[in-house]
Design a protein around this ligand. Structure first.
Ligand code: MN
Length: 251
């Protein structure tokens, strides 16, 4: 039991002892605690269990050093282990005891998009979703060119693969501040779009095919301010075109 857990338990015990002493309101308080889920929390609060049940950090489909040297294990440790985990934890904390508590991530995003009072939930949930999609958008020894139906559609909608690559790279490079660049399917046409901060195509009726995270935390440890070098490495060595093809043919 760590210090924080111990002091929490003691606080609860002191609180419960105080409550038990007030016999006149005992029944009301015990019912109140149970209905708020507080009594079950006392039993669940062990150091090995997550603070809040709910969404879990999804596994990434490769080892943390597998994208090296283009994305280092150090970056993966912070980006996946700390940032992505924090978005999951924050979402869980914010949806607890709300109407969103049992919603899948996509549902939370779609029901909170554009609603000011739910902006905090949207930001955490959308970032959780975007990151899972980003990890899958890459693979070791990726990059190169797509094959199959997606390749033909890229040629049809962008003129050539090279023109797609330039449009995607430009969008990623020119997203001012934090955000994302995406290849999406929008009403039957492949398009490159960029989104700011946590915003995500699934809140706008578009179908994501591929994404790159251009928040500084995605590249700063490896590339410092050289965002364009990171974008070039992503396109030439990391893109998982099999994943993109699957997203395209699954529409
Ligand atoms: Mn990120």
């Amino acid at each position: 039991m760590n210090h924080a857990t111990m002091s929490n338990s003691l606080n609860r015990r002191q609180f419960l002892t105080t409550t038990l002493a007030a016999t006149a309101i005992l029944t009301t308080n015990v019912i109140g605690l149970t209905s708020m889920g507080l009594t079950s929390k006392v039993h669940a609060a062990t150091p090995s269990s997550p603070a809040v049940p709910g969404l879990k950090l999804p596994a990434i489909p490769y080892e943390k050093d597998a994208l090296s040297p283009y994305i280092s294990a150090n970056t993966m440790g912070f980006h996946y282990g700390k940032h992505h985990q924090a978005y999951i934890d924050k979402t869980n904390a914010l949806i607890q005891n709300t109407a969103f508590a049992n919603e899948p991530l996509e549902g939370i995003i779609q029901k909170t998009a554009g609603i000011q009072e739910h902006a905090a939930i949207f930001n955490s949930a959308a970032q959780a979703w975007n990151h899972e999609f980003y990890w899958k958008s890459m693979k070791p020894k990726g990059g190169g060119t797509p094959a199959g139906a997606l390749s033909k559609k890229l040629d049809a909608d962008f003129g050539s693969f090279e023109q797609f690559k330039k449009a995607f790279g430009d969008a990623a490079a020119t997203q001012f501040g934090s955000g994302w660049a995406w290849l999406v399917m929008n009403k039957g046409t492949l398009e490159v779009v960029k989104t700011a901060n946590a915003d995500t195509p699934i809140a706008h009726g578009q179908v994501p095919i591929l994404t790159i995270d251009v928040w500084e935390h995605a590249y700063y440890l490896d590339y410092q301010n050289r965002r364009t070098d990171y974008i070039a490495a992503f396109l030439d060595h990391l893109v998982n075109w099999d994943f993109a093809e699957k997203n395209f043919t699954g529409i």
